[in-house]
Design a protein around this ligand. Structure first.
Ligand SMILES: [Zn+2]
Ligand SMILES: [Zn+2]
Ligand SMILES: [Zn+2]
Ligand SMILES: [Zn+2]
Ligand SMILES: [Zn+2]
Length: 520
């Protein structure tokens, strides 16, 4: 479960708790006697030695942390926090505060490559779980001497502005979470620290967390039933220095090919007389709504696992289709060349299999009408007429977001359903997956893979930035359709409009997505 964006760095040096100020910023130690910097009141150290070790690096951070809150005038803070809105309604405002404060960081760190890591201080600023006030808000509005929020003594990652709010939150904090795999928020927070500590102490490198076994399956064998079994299988070459925590981190990237393979197996089980997907010699996959998730974390490397698992396959074509895909390609670390120039591994080359891939900054229906390809040499170019993919995958789209009955997903779903393209849809959260089901039903998509928890979901739960709570997981739930349902079949549309939480949660997720696109 990762909880902070420091994990997008090659070498993460600070745990999530160090960023939150409840673990030593230098040695990551947890202690009840941490020394908090008296200036920024944010960064903590376990000892004067650790503080001295960070002296040079902290100066600039300290300055930024002191200067950033001043971008918000007190009257604005008062307006936000004293109008009596629910925390859900406050979140967009807090995002605006963040955007202002970020400018200070950008300004101070503009010449340094380290800018992003320091911005984690803003993204994960501790806020009261009940009223969402941060220590800065408390200082500005009520008590200039206020130092820091109270934190849960167990997980150290949940905060409260007062004893009263702490007591109010305690019950929720120690209750089992929805979609939380029977974990409480407190337990998940503890795992998040475990997770981030492992990365920091091991010194995170791409090679360690992006793992794809370099081996070819001699014959097609169905997937096992869980990640644990998969990692335990010697054939999958899990490195001997691995650990359960590291394996959980690895599932984030591996979830992409494994979810596709799993979906292909399920479509094959329901295929009847239709040709099977898992025994094809050529396969074209359209990743509809592809984004950073498919590009950044190992880039196209992850699709090789499909080539490695299906021995009959001689050619794999992957089309990454999304108007916003260029944002994913150009992160803050520059252009992601790997996502554009991926060469298959030596084993694939030796076998003589082909791996074709292309990037199309379009909506799927636009791509089907008039495909445009993006590449490094030529930029945007008109492409040859598109052919229907053998399988389409729509990862974590939130297509069922109840804003309007028809959205830009409608023409895409219509084409996919009309032409009988097996289409796999995943969602971060159960409630989102339920909304997707409604949306698919609304478009008469013939659901052949019923919505269920995806065994090949990412085990690295992610905590939403700026939120005081909520974890989500990539590819958490899965469902799939093939073709159109007969017109006379009953629609089973469920009205879920009475639940206001959903919209807010999705809004939060959109904010998170926006940040992701901005390379945070
Ligand atoms: Zn220390
Ligand atoms: Zn400081
Ligand atoms: Zn509070
Ligand atoms: Zn806790
Ligand atoms: Zn390969």
């Amino acid at each position: 479960m990762n909880s902070v964006s420091i994990f997008t760095f090659n070498q993460a040096k600070h745990t999530n708790l160090a960023i939150l100020g409840t673990a030593c910023f230098v040695c990551q130690k947890i202690s009840d006697e941490l020394l908090r910097c008296g200036q920024c009141k944010r960064v903590s150290y376990c000892s004067t030695e650790c503080q001295a070790a960070d002296h040079e690096g902290h100066d600039k951070v300290c300055e930024a942390l002191q200067r950033a809150p001043k971008t918000t005038p007190s009257f604005l803070r008062r307006m936000i926090f004293e109008r009596g809105n629910t925390p859900y309604d406050l979140e967009p405002d807090i995002y605006l505060l963040y955007a202002e404060e970020e400018k200070v960081f950008d300004d101070l760190f503009k010449d340094m490559h380290m800018g992003r890591i320091h911005r984690d201080f803003l993204l994960y600023e501790p806020r009261c779980a009940v009223c969402l006030r941060s220590a800065d808000d408390m200082r500005d509005l009520y008590a200039p001497e206020f130092t820091s929020l109270l934190h849960c003594s167990d997980c150290r990652a949940a905060f409260a502005c007062s004893e009263e709010h702490r007591a109010q939150y305690l019950d929720e904090h120690s209750r089992e979470l929805e979609d939380g795999e029977s974990f409480t928020e407190c337990e998940l927070n503890k795992r998040a620290y475990e997770h981030s500590l492992e990365i920091v102490t091991r010194g995170w490198t791409k090679g360690e967390t992006f793992f794809y076994p370099l081996r070819l399956k001699p014959e097609y064998t169905p997937l096992p039933s869980s990640w644990d079994e998969w990692f335990a299988d010697p054939f999958n070459l899990c490195p001997p220095n691995s650990s359960p925590v590291l394996n959980r981190i690895r599932t984030k990237q591996l979830s992409i090919p494994m979810t596709i393979l799993y979906g292909m197996e399920l479509f094959d089980k329901a295929a009847g007389d239709l040709p099977l997907l898992t025994s094809r010699t050529e396969l074209e996959i359209a990743v509809v709504g592809a984004n950073e998730f498919e590009l950044k974390f190992g880039g196209l490397a992850c699709f090789e696992e499909i080539l490695h698992s299906l021995p009959s396959l001689r050619r794999l074509t992957v089309r990454l289709i999304n108007p916003e895909i260029i944002c994913g390609l150009i992160g803050s670390e520059g252009l992601n060349r790997e996502a554009m120039d991926w060469e298959p591994c030596a084993l694939c080359k030796e076998k003589g299999v082909e791996f074709v891939h292309s990037i199309h900054p379009q909506l799927f229906h636009e791509y089907m009408e008039k495909p445009i390809r993006f590449n490094l040499k030529e930029g945007m170019i008109q492409d040859a007429p598109a052919q229907l993919p053998d399988i389409a995958v729509v990862f974590n789209s939130g297509m069922g977001l109840k804003y309007e009955e028809r959205s830009h997903w409608s023409p895409t779903l219509e084409i996919l359903a009309e032409h009988g393209v097996p289409t796999l849809c995943t969602a971060f959260l159960k409630r989102e997956a339920e909304e997707d089901t409604d949306y698919l039903n609304m478009h008469r998509c013939n659901i052949v893979i019923e919505r269920h928890k995806n065994p090949w979901r990412s085990e690295a739960l992610t905590k939403m930035v700026m939120m005081r709570k909520y974890f989500f997981t990539y590819n958490g739930f899965i469902q799939g359709f093939r073709g159109l349902r007969e017109r006379d079949e009953e629609l089973e549309l469920v009205d879920r409009s009475e639940s206001p939480v959903i919209t807010k949660e999705l809004l939060a997720m959109m904010l998170n997505a926006t940040l992701t696109f901005r390379g945070l």
